[in-house]
Design a protein around this ligand. Structure first.
Ligand code: ZN
Length: 294
């Protein structure tokens, strides 16, 4: 560990600026990683595409049934040491900006200031026609009011969020008759404010993130295998410009060949070590961070 952090601080030196690209590995310790992989609310082997969500009522009913079951545990997730260490690195001035592929809002909850939610957030929905917004909590309540049987499902499946609803005949019949609430303003379809599989990240969002990357000295990837192109392209861009890339991730990544330094390990532990080492160089950083209200 010491050696890994030493090699990191050979690249992230005092005064250098860092852009962080974070992924699912940052949220695993908050209980979201497994949930995503097993239950796959938005990252299944065959995730629902934006087109299917918009055009296929039955698919949309299945999506909301799963989502309704998973939401209580998802929305209660708390930031972990990875989020806190990154917020501390931001307070120290080392991390300038953070771009996340996660849709859980946990970086902001940990006190991180400059965050781009590359793939959007699950906490709100927007109407596809009039763009009126609604919180996911309010929508959850409307889902349960329109389909009271969903609350019995939530109780049965919620603890580990690992619900394969498709295999249960009775549940399937209920899902077929499920009523999905529409926009309270115009009645049209409500869609989560996330980038669905098969959709593109909005161009202005990518442009801003890319601009922030180019202003930084180092790209630090935290907890992402970079299998999705929207994240991988930051590594490709950095590599082409000979910008150093440091990767903290458990397991292989798509950008291993492009990295200046790759450390295989728990990104929460690695980031905490890094934040501690940097705050030793400048002890005021830790004090400043602790005095901030989270
Ligand atoms: Zn509307």
């Amino acid at each position: 560990m010491d050696n890994a952090i030493q090699r990191t601080t050979d690249i992230i030196t005092p005064g250098s600026t860092v852009l962080v690209l974070s992924g699912a590995g940052c949220s695993t310790a908050s209980g979201l990683g497994d949930y995503r992989n097993k239950q796959g609310l938005w990252k299944r082997a065959q995730p629902i595409t934006g087109q299917t969500f918009l055009n296929d009522t039955a698919a949309r009913q299945r999506y909301w049934a799963r989502s309704c079951v998973g939401w209580p545990s998802f929305s209660k997730a708390e930031p972990n040491q990875a989020h806190l260490a990154l917020a501390m690195l931001e307070a120290s001035g080392t991390v300038q900006h953070l771009v996340t592929q996660n849709v859980d809002g946990l970086h902001q909850r940990a006190g991180h200031q400059s965050v781009i939610d590359l793939h959007g957030v699950l906490s709100t929905l927007s109407c596809v026609a009039c763009q009126a917004q609604q919180s996911r909590d309010d929508f959850q309540q409307r889902l349960l009011e329109s389909n009271p049987w969903l609350s019995t499902l939530s109780a049965a499946y919620a603890p580990d969020g690992d619900a394969d609803l498709d295999t249960d005949e009775t549940v399937l019949q209920q899902i077929n008759q499920m009523h999905i609430p529409g926009c309270t303003n115009c009645g049209d379809l409500m869609k989560p404010d996330v980038v669905f599989f098969g959709e593109s990240v909005p161009k202005d969002r990518v442009d801003l993130a890319m601009q922030q990357l180019r202003e930084a000295d180092v790209l630090l990837v935290a907890g992402s295998s970079l299998m999705v192109f929207s994240g991988f392209r930051f590594c490709r861009d950095a590599h082409q410009r000979k910008q150093p890339i440091v990767i903290f991730n458990q397991g292989v990544t798509r950008a291993d060949d492009l990295a200046t330094l790759r450390i295989d390990g728990d990104c929460g532990e690695l980031l905490t070590e890094l934040a501690n080492k940097i705050s030793k160089v400048d002890p005021s950083v830790a004090t400043n961070f602790e005095s901030r209200s989270l």
